[in-house]
Design a protein. Structure first.
Length: 261
């Protein structure tokens, strides 16, 4: 009888199972490396018409707006999530796992607590960050998200900062095989740029490797398509509002305007 009861207690104990797989860091990353420029992105329409590299410069201005928006607001949580890789989670409670670790960003030391809760087909994620230096904050919930348990996609939501506790970006991402195939940042803050977005993806209907589709407003919305080659760096741009037609405009490997082939 004692053995039977003991067996029941042992046999009925719930197994914790495996921790959820972390979504790839690339699910949060847009590559801006082909459009780095020393010029500041002051507005939506740059004063570059008539220059020999006006097409690339306009594309770089659009990319620069988004690069600045992202890098000036959420580089700390991005660094926190990137640092999660290599850290081991602990089992907290039913279907809930937690990664806790320190990380360094811009000479500051932070504490991160990343939680992943498994459901039937999704994982819910929450990232809390603590900083004990000037402007200290404790367990600020900076990132929330969900991902599919099969790893094929998900969504992140980023708040602006511990001083501006408002939703700033939603990031919808997809993955096929080992590659993240699209990352779309949508601007959520309630100002003149609300609902603007940049979609970073690999086009399937052109000869170029990577692309942005940009819908942006600083008072009036404008739509642009940008595509480029990873190796040669040449590319093309389409923007009716700026170029006054729906044709593609191209640049070569030296960023100089050229006729599209």
């Amino acid at each position: 009888m004692i053995c039977t009861v003991s067996f029941c207690f042992t046999g009925c104990k719930k197994e914790k199972g495996d921790a959820p797989a972390l979504p790839p860091y690339e699910s949060m990353v847009i590559d801006f490396s082909n459009f780095t420029t020393q010029k500041k992105s002051a507005g939506l329409v740059p004063d570059v018409k008539g220059t020999e590299s006006s097409t690339w410069e306009f594309a770089a201005t659009l990319a620069g707006i988004w690069n600045t928006l992202i890098s000036s607001n959420i580089e700390v949580p991005l660094a926190a999530f990137e640092s999660a890789v290599g850290n081991k989670p602990v089992y907290v409670s039913e279907n809930l796992w937690e990664w806790k670790y320190n990380f360094t960003y811009n000479s500051g030391t932070y504490k991160a607590k990343l939680q992943g809760k498994i459901a039937s087909s999704t994982v819910t994620w929450k990232m809390y960050i603590t900083y004990e230096g000037t402007g200290a904050y404790n367990d600020f919930l900076w990132i929330e998200g969900t991902s599919k348990t099969d790893g094929s996609g998900g969504q992140w939501t980023f708040k602006q900062s511990s001083l501006a506790d408002v939703q700033l970006f939603r990031d919808d991402w997809t993955k096929s095989g080992d590659q993240v195939t699209s990352v779309k940042y949508t601007y959520l803050k309630n100002d003149t740029s609300k609902d603007s977005y940049i979609n970073f993806f690999s086009p399937t209907d052109s000869n170029f490797d990577l692309a942005y589709k940009i819908h942006f407003s600083n008072g009036a919305y404008s739509d642009s398509d940008i595509e480029w080659n990873i190796t040669t760096k040449d590319g093309r741009l389409k923007c009716i509002d700026y170029l006054q037609d729906d044709n593609w405009y191209c640049w070569d490997t030296n960023k100089v305007n050229k006729l599209c082939e």
